[in-house]
Design a protein around this ligand. Structure first.
Ligand code: LMR
Length: 393
């Protein structure tokens, strides 16, 4: 039977990890998969997480099962950061732990599908896995343009998609630090989006994977909060990969805001059933470390300081690239300071991306997406010179 299966291409983004590792050139630069790197090019464990892990090792007296909802202490500790002071919006929000943000997106979509959703409006380009998950679930991705040519968000396209949506449609929005473009909606845009969603009744799925890495912890979820204040119900996917540096530990959360708190139990019973049938239970270790870090004021302070440092460093790299705008005409590097987070898309063609890889040992996604955090004082000069080389041939 298995001979009927057709070979599938490797995930293009994850394949870059291996290609980069296999390259023996010493001055190679990895701008591929989205992991934060320090000014020395390292991706260390957060010291707040190390501190929490030390306590976890000392205190943990069992590794017995927790259940499909995972570590609810973790799920609740995160809520004030996402939703603000009234973290349950008057008892209308509840959640559960998931294996990473991917698990949360998958669970949210599968749950909505159970409730009858079939189509999801999605601004492109988007994180490639969004479309892959939709296809795998048999849901339809309805595309619209996320960005304008000048590097701003295409609000008109999103509003047209929401206004033209059919009953039962969803819209998937990046909460902040849009992946791959780094182009976020402005606070004023978010107010318009919230009104459109309220008007039309489209169910939003808000994907938050970079809180704290754009403008600040509160600033990065201000748009999400505007939407939640306006709409009757919403689904939220959250990733701790980047802002807690827990990539391989797979730490995420799924939240639902219901029209009426009385229906939360029923909604979550469905989410639990889906989780049980898919991964049974999420891995515990990373979520337990986040719980400990967020319940301890000293560790929380340490985490926030580390996050501030990461954000500042990426802003600095963006500024340095913008200064080099005239070295690589046509790439609009000047716009990078207006954008947020780990990523930006440079309008390079396939040949230029291949030349950067083959001739300069610079690795980036085939979409022209670069990981801003892959650049630092030791390699940014080489990167700018390579851009100048491939764009001025
Ligand atoms: C990325 O976009 O590079 C990250 O979110 C990693 C991933 O899983 O794709």
């Amino acid at each position: 039977m298995l001979e009927k299966l057709q070979s599938q291409p490797a995930d293009a983004l994850l394949a870059l990890i291996k290609m980069y590792a296999d390259d023996e050139r010493e001055d190679k630069i990895d701008l591929g998969v989205g992991v934060y790197r320090t000014g020395e090019g390292a991706t260390p464990v957060f010291s707040a997480i190390k501190g929490a892990e030390t306590r976890l090792l000392e205190q943990q007296d069992s590794k017995s099962y927790l259940g499909p909802e995972g570590d609810m202490g973790f799920v609740q500790a995160l809520m004030p950061y996402v939703f603000g002071e009234d973290a349950t919006m008057g008892g209308r929000i509840a959640g559960m732990q998931t294996p990473g943000g991917t698990g949360a997106v998958r669970l949210a979509l599968a749950l909505a599908q159970r409730a009858g959703a079939e189509r999801v409006h999605l601004g492109l380009p988007s994180w490639p896995n969004h479309v892959q998950i939709l296809e795998d679930l048999g849901m339809e991705a309805v595309p619209f343009d996320h960005a304008n040519a000048d590097g701003s968000a295409n609000l008109a396209a999103l509003i047209a998609a929401i206004d033209g949506a059919a009953p039962g449609d969803m819209v998937l929005l990046h909460g902040c630090c849009h992946n791959p473009t780094g182009i976020d909606y402005t606070p004023e845009d978010w107010d318009v989006i919230a009104q459109a969603l309220e008007r039309n009744g489209v169910l939003p799925l808000l994907d938050i994977a970079y809180q704290g890495l754009g403008r600040g912890l509160d600033e990065d979820v201000a748009g999400v909060r505007s939407v939640l204040a306006a709409v009757p119900e919403a689904l939220i996917a959250y990733s701790c990969d980047k802002n807690f540096g827990l990539y391989r530990d797979r730490v995420g959360a799924f939240y639902v805001m219901a029209q009426d708190g009385g229906t939360l139990d029923t909604i979550l019973s469905n989410a639990n059933a889906l989780a049980r049938a898919t991964w049974s239970m999420p891995p515990d270790h990373g979520a337990a470390a986040v719980r400990i870090a967020l319940r301890d004021p000293d560790l929380t302070r340490e985490w926030r300081t580390e996050l501030d440092g990461m954000r500042d460093r990426m802003r600095d790299v963006r500024r340095q690239l913008a200064v080099a705008d005239s070295d690589a005409p046509g790439l609009n590097l000047a716009a990078l300071t207006e954008q947020n987070g780990l990523f930006a898309v440079l309008p390079l063609d396939r040949g230029q991306i291949a030349a950067l890889r083959e001739e300069h040992a610079i690795y980036m996604a085939g979409s022209g997406r670069i990981n801003i955090a892959g650049l630092h004082v030791g390699n940014i000069g080489k990167f700018i010179a390579a851009l100048a080389d491939v764009t001025q041939r």
